[in-house]
Design a protein around this ligand. Structure first.
Ligand SMILES: Nc1ncnc2c1ncn2[C@@H]1O[C@H](COP(=O)(O)OP(=O)(O)OP(=O)(O)O)[C@@H](O)[C@H]1O
Ligand SMILES: [Mg+2]
Length: 360
């Protein structure tokens, strides 16, 4: 089954074709992402209305480009998957409207995909994919969650951030220290020049039991350190390193606890902060020590992309799920309300948790 995936939940327009055929032409046939970073940079954050309008401008050309790269005609598509939530309502509606219209015109099924399920399943597109049960660490711009994955589609939230998401903390800290938006990757690059231990920041909420996170206090500690410093380039790099080490350690400590709590030895990491080199190295070292396994998507599939939506949608479409013909989006959507995949056959009748959630 060749599934077109469309991602428009925030400030990236992502399109991909995933083919579920085993071997040969199967797998990710093509994917393209258009980032709106330059558009939002002068405002220091995403402006929702501008995001929606830019998706309108970029989505159809990107669909044509992706199909051409896959060597396919639009009529070769067997199904369409689109991000139905969570995300910005106007931005989501652009993707849902285009996806639903395409599916209707082509007379193929369409499905609304949960954006975080897309992130969570992205590592399964790589070689030698892990099989559930495993624990997933979702670390993106809007989420920091530890999720027990009992089966694909069956998710239990083990812990999450009480305030800022890890990516948000990276971005806000970078902004405080004068780095341009979005600062996460730039702060990480700066940290690579810094001296480990020159600034030691706390590892929030690690000295008490539990799997929740809090990053806003850490951000304040960094601000105080920055304001009280000589503000030289070297100091900025040292502070960036101290901040990154604190976030990475905190995430790693909670991942180890979550694996213990779930009785698992496999960790899956997804979301934009999953591209962070220090985090990848630390979790890999921890996995070796535990004789366990950690799986990441390639860095380009950590941040928002259409491939993860095509893949997650293909799994659900193949299990017999599909959305009805209306254009629905769900800006706030609990991943635990998704139906498991194994019992999904026959869910195309409008009674599925997926459809109910997506029509709210
Ligand atoms: N190398 C890196 N180190 C640290 N943070 C990074 C790195 N690369 C990307 N990020 C952060 O990842 C975030 C973007 O990731 P992603 O696209 O998955 O998030 P999002 O889609 O905005 O949020 P959500 O998926 O929760 O809606 C940004 O906060 C960015 O700063
Ligand atoms: Mg995302």
């Amino acid at each position: 089954m060749k599934v077109l995936g469309i991602e428009t939940s925030c400030d990236e327009t992502g399109v991909a074709v995933y083919d579920t055929a085993i071997g040969g032409a199967g797998g990710l046939r093509a994917h393209a992402v258009y980032s709106q970073i330059a558009l939002h940079a002068e405002y220091g954050g995403v402006v929702p209305e501008l995001a929606s309008r830019d998706h309108v401008r970029k989505l159809l050309p990107l669909v044509r480009q992706t199909l051409a790269e896959a060597g396919m005609d639009v009529r070769d598509i067997d199904g369409v998957a689109y991000t139905a939530g969570p995300g910005l309502v106007g931005a989501l509606l652009v993707g849902a409207g285009v996806a639903r219209s395409l599916a209707w015109a082509l007379e193929v099924p369409a499905i609304g995909v949960h954006h975080m399920e897309g992130h969570l399943l992205a590592p399964l597109m790589e070689d030698d994919p892990p099989e559930p049960p495993f624990v997933a660490l979702l670390v993106s711009g809007g989420h920091t969650q530890l999720v027990a994955v009992d089966a694909i589609g069956s998710y239990r939230l083990l812990g999450e951030t009480l305030d800022d998401a890890a990516g948000e903390a990276f971005d806000k800290t970078a902004k405080m220290m004068g780095l341009p938006y979005p600062g996460g990757p730039q702060l990480a690059a700066l940290a690579a020049q810094g001296t480990p231990g020159a600034f030691a920041f706390p590892r929030p909420m690690t000295n008490r039991p539990g799997l929740d996170f809090s990053f806003s206090g850490l951000k304040t500690q960094v601000l105080l350190a920055w304001q009280g410093s000589d503000r030289s380039e070297a100091t900025r790099a040292d502070i960036a390193r101290g901040f990154e080490d604190a976030v990475v350690d905190t995430l790693a400590i909670k991942c180890a606890r979550a694996l213990d709590a779930a009785g698992c030895d496999t960790l899956v990491v997804a979301g934009g902060v999953g591209a962070n080199r220090q985090l990848r190295a630390k979790l890999q070292a921890d996995a070796r020590r535990r004789a366990g396994r950690v799986c990441f998507p390639r860095p380009a599939l950590c941040t928002d992309n259409g491939a993860m939506i095509a893949f997650a949608g293909a799994l659900r479409l193949e299990a017999g799920q599909q959305a009805d013909a209306a254009v629905h989006v769900t800006p706030r959507w609990d991943m635990a309300s998704l139906p498991p995949l194994a019992t999904a056959a026959g869910f195309g009748n409008g009674d599925s948790g997926l459809e109910n959630a997506a029509t709210r």
